[in-house]
Design a protein around this ligand. Structure first.
Ligand SMILES: *Cc1c(COP(=O)(O)O)cnc(C)c1O
Length: 374
């Protein structure tokens, strides 16, 4: 038995986007970000596909996600980007995850746990080259490096930083962050860590920042088919074209003929101006189709755009299908994605929701039944 609402994930689009990232990354290795359940696309399924395509490593937020990837058979290094605290160290060591160390205070306990298992564990360091969020400031970086080198059983495998403005093609901030990252990490050679993997580029860094590829790149949103600045589907989208991976579809559960002058739904926010045909959809804010979309969103039915009318409620949404030739109960409704010649992208929905594509994908993907197609 399946839900009427389903998120479809296109394997071929994911592979297409990975290949584009590979073309752009040149010699650099690729670490796909699969945090937040693969931006709503399914962490395990996406990681398996990307591993088969040659992904060198994976990035998750919390250690628990890395443990799930190991349990699913992913053998590549898995970087834990968020929350490397004493409570999660046993799981990190047990699953051979790669902690991104932001603070030297964790190292003695990490070293002890790794040594107790008779292992050696690689770690990456986070340098704050301008993001202003996590990690060591450049002035404190040499001390953090030395702390890792002093800690038995630990190996310094990589150093990373993150761009705060890589989605802004007009800003010169990224060039500055790249310069600080290069200058600060230059000292690694003096410590005998010249082979350490340096990585900085998210999707914006990969697509828009010259010279940011370094040893490894960390695309997230681009793999799922969107540009970090929302350029998808616009004239400013740089070639080669990414393909959206997610589609979100539902079905019409009732067609109603409503006279003119009737208030529809909670608060009677919408009143029919004419005799109208209204289709009822079994989708609402519980599915991530946020209440904020009220009076703004459109959906696709029969390959044509129709407007959402009235309040979006928890599990119901109304659309005005008066102008469609023959809408029927059970017809497919596309909330995100392509139907016929029309397409609604996550950037367009993000505009209606006053957010970014990332949040739309996370919401739809994590709040609905999901399945792979093609
Ligand atoms: C999420 C994340 C990325 C990927 O960012 P996109 O904009 O989705 O490409 C890269 N690096 C770090 C540290 C991240 O947290």
């Amino acid at each position: 038995m399946e839900s009427l609402n389903r998120v479809e994930i296109s394997r071929s689009a994911l592979i297409h986007n990975f290949q584009i990232c590979r073309q752009l990354s040149g010699e650099a290795a690729i670490l796909p970000l699969v945090k937040a359940d693969g931006y709503g696309h399914g962490m395990v399924e996406c990681a398996r596909i990307l591993a088969s395509q040659g992904a060198a490593a994976f990035g998750v937020a919390e250690a628990i996600e890395g443990v799930r990837l190991r349990e699913a058979g992913i053998t590549q290094p898995i970087l834990v980007l968020v929350g490397v605290v004493p409570q999660v160290l046993p799981d990190i060591v047990g699953a051979r995850l790669t902690p991104v160390v932001t603070d030297a205070s964790i190292l003695p306990e990490l070293s002890r746990l790794v040594g107790a298992k008779g292992l050696e564990l690689g770690v990456h360091l986070k340098l704050d080259a301008g993001m202003g969020r996590q990690g060591a400031l450049p002035a404190d970086f040499p001390e953090l490096v030395q702390a890792v080198l002093r800690a038995p059983h630990l190996r310094l495998d990589g150093v990373m930083a993150h761009f705060p403005l890589a989605d802004d093609r007009l800003s010169d901030n990224s060039a500055e962050v790249l310069r600080i990252f290069r200058e600060t990490t230059a000292m690694l050679a003096d410590f005998g860590c010249g082979k350490c993997c340096l990585h900085l580029a998210n999707s914006g860094g990969l697509f828009y920042v010259a010279g940011a590829r370094l040893d490894m790149v960390r695309p997230g949103i681009a793999l799922y088919g969107y540009y970090p600045d929302g350029a998808a589907g616009t004239a400013t989208a740089p070639p080669p074209r990414l393909r959206p991976v997610m589609r979100y579809v539902s079905r019409i559960i009732q067609i109603r003929r409503v006279p003119a002058g009737r208030g529809l739904g909670y608060g009677h926010l919408f009143t029919t101006a004419r005799e109208s045909t209204i289709a009822v959809l079994p989708v609402g804010y519980a599915n991530g189709y946020l209440r904020r979309l009220t009076g703004r969103a459109e959906v696709l039915i029969g390959g044509r755009r129709v407007p959402v009318v009235g309040r979006i409620s928890m599990n119901l949404t109304l659309v005005d299908v008066t102008d469609l030739p023959e809408p029927r109960m059970g017809d497919e409704v596309v909330l995100l994605g392509r139907q016929g010649k029309e397409e609604i992208g996550a950037d367009e929905i993000a505009g209606w929701m006053e957010t970014i594509s990332y949040e739309v994908l996370c919401l739809f993907g994590q709040l609905n039944a999901r399945g792979m197609v093609d």
